[in-house]
Design a protein. Structure first.
Length: 228
């Protein structure tokens, strides 16, 4: 998982409705006599932020209450054309459904990525390959909605690994947990570990191995639960 900026467009309908609702003000409308336009503009912006934050919180609560929502994270050989080397999947109760290292086909390990997640090529030599892991992922998550922090990145890594092995990429529905959480704070993006620190939840780093797939899905779940 990488904590990059979210995509500029797309995403689930709940996020689209937030964007549509925030565009409802007509700046050309006639202001009442004696009204300060700058004050009105600030009020509209405040209400717009509050509306987006309220809808994001509502979406998070709804997702956490659904039985068909799972949380996914990957660790990879790097960025760009990198491949998945670890994948974890839990449900919203925290039950681990899938947690495995994955042997890549061709990608070399990026030294910076290895320093972050601590997974070496030697650790992957005897692990299952993507053609072995993909059917299990599709069986578990094929009809689910997947929450992922910076979902665009994880989705692309699944595509990369599939293409590396000349397989059809999985057709999975993703919702970006990062975008929803960032909207609570009037932001477009938010690093997972920074978000946890800013919320005063640093103790979670002692309970869950950050920058490993299983640890990160557990951190995402804990952070989203705190928003309810």
């Amino acid at each position: 998982m990488k904590e990059a900026a979210p995509p500029a467009a797309g995403g689930p309908s709940i996020q689209n409705s937030i964007a549509q609702d925030s565009a409802g003000h007509d700046p050309s409308a006639q202001e009442p006599s004696g009204h300060d336009p700058s004050t009105h503009e600030c009020t509209v912006q405040l209400h717009s932020f509050e509306d987006r934050a309220a809808k994001a919180r509502s979406a998070i609560c709804e997702l956490l209450e659904r039985d068909d929502v799972l949380i996914l994270d990957t660790e990879t050989t790097g960025v760009g054309d990198a491949e998945v080397i670890e994948l974890s999947l839990i449900d919203t109760s925290g039950t681990v459904l899938l947690d495995t290292l994955v042997r890549p086909r061709r990608s070399r390990m990026n030294p910076y990525a290895q320093r972050i997640h601590g997974i070496s090529s030697e650790m992957l030599a005897d692990q299952p390959s993507w053609p072995e892991v993909l059917p299990e992922l599709e069986l578990i998550a094929g009809s689910a909605t997947l929450l992922a922090w910076n979902a665009q990145f994880d989705r692309q890594m699944l595509v990369n690994s599939s293409r590396a092995w000349e397989l059809d990429p999985p057709r999975l529905l993703f919702v970006c947990a990062m975008r929803l959480y960032a909207q609570l704070h009037g932001r477009r993006g938010y690093g997972l570990h920074r978000a946890i620190g800013d919320r005063g939840m640093q103790h979670l780093f002692e309970q869950h191995a950050s920058h490993r797939a299983l640890g990160d899905v557990q951190l995402v779940l804990e952070l989203l639960r705190a928003c309810r």
